[in-house]
Design a protein. Structure first.
Length: 166
């Protein structure tokens, strides 16, 4: 599968590894450090390109406009303020780098009503997300950034699959 995909905030690269195994050949990883799980072979043969983000530029994604058919945001959007960015700026940047008709697929966005988040805040030393969202907040942000929501299975999603506005 030869459509370019950006794994935005790819962390260790686990989602990109799944994409490689599924046969995708134009995977771009964008994170603050090279993803540990991506093999050097995948980079050498051109199936994966790694882009290291600059922590001082917050929401900026210094990649060409209209470059990607799909952008994945899995457990990333809730962290952009930690690096000086904002959710709306980040979503606008994602919209800019998507091709017309491209898709943002978001997942694992912490919900303000999540019992897991509530419990983790009560347990000393347990990690919890600093920023939590309500579904209407996320839909509003996506709308402001020029996306239309085409699928919304649950709040754990971003809220799901969003299309770049035309």
């Amino acid at each position: 599968m030869h459509l370019p995909i950006l794994d935005w905030g790819c962390g260790n690269g686990h989602i990109s590894c799944f994409l490689l195994e599924a046969g995708y050949t134009q995977i771009h990883c964008y994170a603050f450090r090279p993803p540990a799980l991506i093999s050097s072979d995948a980079c050498r043969d051109g199936r994966v390109t790694i882009h290291v983000a600059n922590k001082r530029h917050g929401s900026s994604i210094p990649l060409p406009s209209c470059s990607f058919q799909t952008v994945l945001s899995i457990g990333v959007l809730e962290h952009v303020r930690e690096t000086g960015g904002t959710e709306i700026e980040s979503l606008r940047e994602i919209n800019r780098i998507l091709r017309d008709g491209g898709r943002l697929i978001g997942y694992h966005l912490p919900n303000v009503l999540s019992p897991i988040e509530a419990l983790s805040r009560l347990l000393p030393g347990k990690y919890h997300h600093q920023y939590l969202f309500r579904r209407n907040q996320v839909v509003n942000l996506l709308d402001q950034a020029g996306f239309s929501v085409s699928s919304s299975p649950s709040m754990g999603s971003c809220p799901g699959i969003c299309s770049r506005g035309l």
